[in-house]
Design a binder for this molecule. Structure first.
Ligand SMILES: O=c1[nH]cnc2c1ncn2[C@H]1C[C@H](O)[C@@H](CO)O1
Ligand SMILES: [Zn+2]
Length: 362
């Protein structure tokens, strides 16, 4: 059986990771002290002052069984990332942490509109994050490693700035931004609220993914694909609601599930996050198992490393324990993810043929 160390040593691809969900607990402490943000109280009734207690606090608070309460924990990470210095630091550390975990390609997302509280402009936010990513990539490469990182710009689905953020993503497409996304509380905020932004992106030949089918069911997936034209689905777990398995174990796909499988729509699945928000009862009962058996285009992701207390290697290890996956399965997930990246075709192919496949052969 694969060990966690084996998995750490394999090249991995991460398509769904939130920058503001991946801060190091120690960095949250530093930045909170710098900007005077008050962190939550610990067990002793005083604001938490040490990194490991703070890491536990995030994990426990996010372990809420509800997406809305899960999202409340971001108030702290967003509050401490309102300056270019903080954004650049967090972005650089993100790249270093992913590379240390064996990630060779990552698309990291965040919502620029949430970082304007102290006067930054949207462009300044994107520039600060890109500066951090560039510094992280340079540090990894100076140490003999390899990682390619791109930004995805998220618009918050309950706000009304998606068109502006879509235009921002297009303006930065040749400078480190690979695509667009919408996130936030799903119920009551269907993707069609942002149809103008998606239609604009389609006219611009730009890429986008949509958080859909996480806390809300099939209609949200259907809108994301058939009204909005999403290239990928963030989570997409509820697609199982359109699949029935009879007594003999034979699966029957409804029309939407068949469409998702037939057209190879990438599913950005995030096991730990789904258990925390109640979208799945446990890792062992996660629909990823069934969807993988049915050969949907499943990819494995972290969502929020801080809130989940997780890494991509740990997500894979949990799946190895739950479903008995082996090296061939992990290579399949990894190639699936690389094929689904918002990177030009030749660059995807180069990473698959020159980096991923040789390492799995060894
Ligand atoms: O899993 C998620 N579903 C919906 N929204 C999410 C999820 N994880 C993070 N977010 C939100 C909270 C962040 O502040 C925002 C941008 O990264 O995206
Ligand atoms: Zn997410």
């Amino acid at each position: 059986m694969l060990t966690l160390d084996d998995i750490r040593g394999l090249p991995k691809v991460l398509l769904h990771d939130h920058l503001d969900g991946g801060l190091r607990p120690g960095t949250v402490l530093d930045l909170a002290a710098e900007c005077g943000h008050q962190l939550p109280d610990g067990p002793d009734g005083k604001p938490i002052g040490d990194a490991s207690t703070l890491g536990e606090w995030f994990r426990d608070a996010a372990d809420s069984g509800s997406l809305v309460r899960y999202l409340e924990t971001f108030a702290h990470t967003v509050a401490v990332t309102q300056t270019t210095g903080a954004l650049t630091r967090v972005a650089r550390e993100c790249v270093e942490d992913l590379a240390a975990d064996g990630v060779v390609y990552a698309e990291v997302r965040y919502a620029p509109e949430q970082h304007l509280e102290q006067g930054l402009t949207l462009h300044e936010v994107v520039a600060a994050v890109q500066e951090g990513f560039d510094a992280g990539v340079a540090a990894v490469s100076a140490a003999g490693g390899l990682i390619v990182v791109r930004q995805l710009l998220t618009a918050m689905r309950h706000q009304a700035r998606s068109q502006e953020i879509a235009e921002l993503a297009v303006a930065w497409r040749d400078r480190g931004v690979a695509g667009f996304d919408i996130a936030g509380a799903e119920a009551g905020n269907p993707p069609t609220r942002h149809l103008d932004a998606f239609e604009y992106l389609q006219r611009e030949n730009a890429h986008f993914t949509i958080h859909a089918g996480e806390a809300f069911g099939l209609p949200s997936i259907w809108e994301a694909l058939q009204w909005c034209g999403a290239d990928r689905l963030g989570h997409g777990v509820r697609i199982v609601d359109d699949i029935t398995v009879d007594e003999s174990g034979e699966a029957r796909l409804g029309r939407l599930a068949a469409y998702v499988r037939d057209t190879r729509v990438p599913l950005e699945m995030c096991p730990t996050s789904n258990v925390q928000t109640g979208a799945a009862a446990s890792i062992a009962e996660h629909p990823l198992g069934e969807l993988t058996k049915l050969r949907f285009r499943v990819t494995v992701n972290t969502d929020n490393r801080l809130m989940g207390g997780t890494t991509l290697s740990e997500e894979f290890f949990a799946l190895v324990l739950a479903f008995g996956y082996d090296l061939d399965d992990l290579r399949w997930f990894t190639v699936n993810a690389m094929k689904s990246a918002f990177l030009p075709f030749d660059e995807r192919l180069a990473l698959i043929n020159d980096v991923i496949k040789p390492a799995y052969r060894r």
